[in-house]
Design a protein. Structure first.
Lengths: 395, 129
């Protein structure tokens, strides 16, 4: 099997599995218990907090454990909204291609009379810092822009956006779920007030994540109960998962530079290969994207068919087609960068990691090329396009 | 557990009756590019019997498998029977489809009906739909 869907989830790395099993076997006490056995678990928890804080240039006290990216996004946005509401500031700036965890949380706030302004991300899938400065008003309480997009991989100018927000004293949150462990992050240098991460995107376990919150920004508690996480998130801590997450993040950050160099080379090979397919287009900026992300649209192709035929050849990938999602609309990300519905249905996302070899890359390119050709030959639509009865959207 | 039944995957991987028929007696097309599924059915009809059928489909696995199965179900059948082919019959023959994919099998029923109506229309045959 060639696994090229690391943006969906990743395989746990060895050190993460070891950290987890070690914890399950030896440190399974409750960190809130007073006896030494419980406090040993508390000690592990604190070590993990410290490790994670160091990886992003934060302080241990600024790390809150959550159930993952979705919860972190929700808590960050609701907290900033509550801070804003107290000062009668109810304007929030975000982008059209955020993850649904952000967009749906914002949609909810809209019903509570918050004004949500979603900035255009242009055809290359990148926001300009100037758009943020232009959009910030006296009543803006939050800017939330993702670090890197989960579908097209484009990296946003986070440092610049952070500086603008800092200067104008507006809280800046970034959904860094796709970036953490893959791109260098320093919350101080980049002026990030809140940051979401999720362990299963950097070879850690599923169902565990972090919300980093700069000291002084008051969090709203979403889950009431015990005093865990300084009263901001109740529930007995998932110590094994937290230890697994810390080990995975440390390992990812340690290997980042070397791994990214290899990934970028492989990514470019895939992009070059797939660009040779007629009537295809790369989605997202050519260079300013996650090292392992490739996203294409192929005209006259329906994504689900492409994915299933790739699966038959042992390749795991994903698509933004409507028929893969169960909804009638194709990916909001592809629509946000201006792809028409007709083209967005035929999208393919490959998100590779360093387990992919050069031979795999060749096999992927060959397979996609052959399947696209096969499906087009099956299609009345394609026949109409090449005989001029229907127009092409891509040139 | 796979998303689709073995039957669906079989017809998706090895679709029967793919292609077109020159000078077909009836051609029907339904769906649109924006929604992501288009089916075109070609019929050869002799003495009210479907003697040959071919299809071309743009769409998901469910759409391709439904077209393939539908063509198998109507080949050699009398028009009166073919007119009454339902998406339910297509779905059952495929050992079921996930709920959100049923609309793709409806397209197969509609494409066949459109092809027969085209045949009736071309031959100025009165019919009640
Ligand atoms: C950008 C982004 N944000 C948030 C999430 C949600 O993370 P989780 O699955 O950990 O809740 C994901 C995962 O798909 C993501 O890619
Ligand atoms: Zn479909």
């Amino acid at each position: 099997m060639i696994y090229a869907d690391n943006a969906a989830t990743t395989k746990m790395c060895k050190v993460s599995i070891e950290a987890m099993t070690d914890c399950i076997e030896k440190f399974w006490g409750n960190p809130s218990s007073l006896y030494a056995f419980g406090q040993n678990a508390a000690e592990k928890l604190n070590q993990a907090r410290k490790t994670i804080a160091e990886c992003i240039g934060a302080d241990s006290a600024e790390i809150y454990f959550t159930s993952g990216g979705s919860e972190s996004d929700n808590q960050a946005i609701i907290s900033a909204a509550n801070i804003g509401a107290k000062k009668h500031k109810k304007h929030i700036i975000s982008s059209t291609f955020e993850h649904h965890a952000v967009l749906h949380a914002l949609k909810k706030l809209e019903k509570e009379n918050f004004e949500i302004e979603l900035l255009d991300v242009h055809e290359n899938g990148i926001i300009l810092p100037q758009q943020i400065s232009d959009a910030i008003r006296n009543d803006t309480c939050l800017v939330t822009v993702m670090f890197a997009n989960n579908e097209i991989g484009t990296i946003q100018p986070i440092t610049e956006i952070g500086r603008i927000c800092h200067d104008k004293k507006v809280i800046f949150h970034t959904d860094a779920v796709q970036a953490t462990g893959h791109l260098p992050i320093n919350v101080v240098e980049q002026n990030i007030d809140m940051l979401s991460m999720s362990a299963h995107k950097f070879n850690g376990p599923k169902g565990i994540g972090v919300l980093y919150v700069r000291r002084g920004v008051p969090l709203t508690t979403l889950i009431e109960g015990g005093a865990q996480e300084r009263g901001k998130r109740a529930g007995t801590e998932n110590v094994p998962a937290i230890m697994g997450m810390a080990a995975a993040l440390k390992e990812s950050c340690y290997n980042m530079a070397k791994s990214n160099k290899k990934l970028i080379e492989l990514r470019e090979k895939i992009i070059d290969g797939l660009s040779k397919i007629p009537y295809s287009v790369l989605n997202g900026d050519k260079k300013n994207r996650l090292p392992g992300n490739v996203n294409f649209c192929f005209e006259g192709i329906e994504g689900e068919s492409l994915l299933l035929l790739l699966d038959d050849r042992g390749i795991c990938a994903s698509s933004g087609s409507a028929c893969t999602s169960g909804s009638l609309d194709p990916s909001h990300v592809l629509l946000a960068i201006g792809r028409p519905h007709e083209v967005a249905h035929g999208s393919l996302r490959l998100s590779i990691d360093e387990n992919i070899s050069e031979a795999d890359v060749g096999y992927i390119v060959r397979s996609v090329t052959e399947i696209v050709d096969y499906l087009r030959n099956l299609s009345p639509l394609w026949k109409d396009k090449i005989t001029g009865k229907r127009k092409f959207f891509l040139i | 557990m796979a998303l689709y039944s073995e039957k669906v995957m079989d017809h998706f991987r090895n679709p029967r009756n793919v292609g077109s028929i020159e000078n077909a007696d009836g051609v029907g097309e339904v769906g649109n590019e924006k929604c992501g599924d288009i089916m075109r059915i070609y019929l050869k009809i002799d003495n009210d019997v479907v003697t040959d059928v071919k299809f071309e489909t743009f769409g998901c696995a469910s759409a391709i498998a439904s077209s393939s199965m539908a063509t198998e179900l109507i080949k050699g059948k009398n028009l009166s029977e073919v007119m009454h082919l339902t998406n339910k019959a297509v779905t059952e023959a495929l050992d079921g489809l996930p709920a959100h994919k049923l609309h793709c099998s409806v397209l197969a029923e509609e494409a066949i009906r459109a092809a027969i109506e085209d045949y009736f229309h071309k031959n100025q045959i009165e019919y009640i739909s």
